[in-house]
Design a protein around this ligand. Sequence first.
Ligand code: ADP
Ligand code: MG
Length: 237
Amino acid sequence: GGGTDTLLATEQLTKNFGGLTAVDSVDFSIDEGEIRCLIGPNGAGKSTLLELITGQLSPSEGSIYFDGHELTGLPPHERIDTGISVKFQSPHVYENLTVEQNLQVPLQRTDRDADGVMAETLDRISLAEKATTGASELSHGEKQRLEIGMAVTLDPTLMLLDEPVAGMSVDETADVAELIGSLHDDGMTFLVVEHDMEFVRRISERVTVLNQGSIFRQGPIEEIETDEDVRRIYLGE
Ligand code: ADP
Ligand code: MG
């Protein structure tokens, strides 16, 4: 028992693209075991922050710490080895491979029991009946679940999801919320970028609002949703 443990922390994290500061001196942290949602207007810097955490982008200034490691400067594959998995905003499934073959791609880089993990993951993402179906034949929702499944095969401590329910139907969105809930019950920590407030309300206790590269507000969903300044910048009210 006792207090909470910080799993991820950024210090003064900054990313400049030419004259534009996409992420501006951000001090951000996530505790072990939480589901944090990151919201904010288009162009706020949400995806850039995620890509700095995964190492797809290098910071202009600042540092990133995860689970006792300093990540700053490590290449993406070494960050994956410390326990970070990600589903990026743009789709990354292999259209010319089957569902099973897609899951084998990340599984190959682990020493986990491939058959056991494969069966468990297919079951988790509710695609067991489509194991040998080509990824190109999947619906948008199934592709998103497959991509989350690919990240899950790595058994991460921290899962980063960038807009996991964008373009999904209400039912598909509910499936993803349920999947996140079940992984969270098993101890996984989440950082989820999402616009769908119904979904955010469903999965998240604590919300961080990013605006123009800076943390604008942070707190419980009920407070964030009713904050007039948040409504003004984010909801355009
Ligand atoms: P969000 O995910 O919150 O919508 P992004 O992190 O994608 O925002 O973008 C933040 C800002 O940085 C935007 O103004 C965007 O145009 C800019 N930006 C993002 N990636 C690049 C890049 N590779 N080169 C130049 N500008 C970029
Ligand atoms: Mg984005």
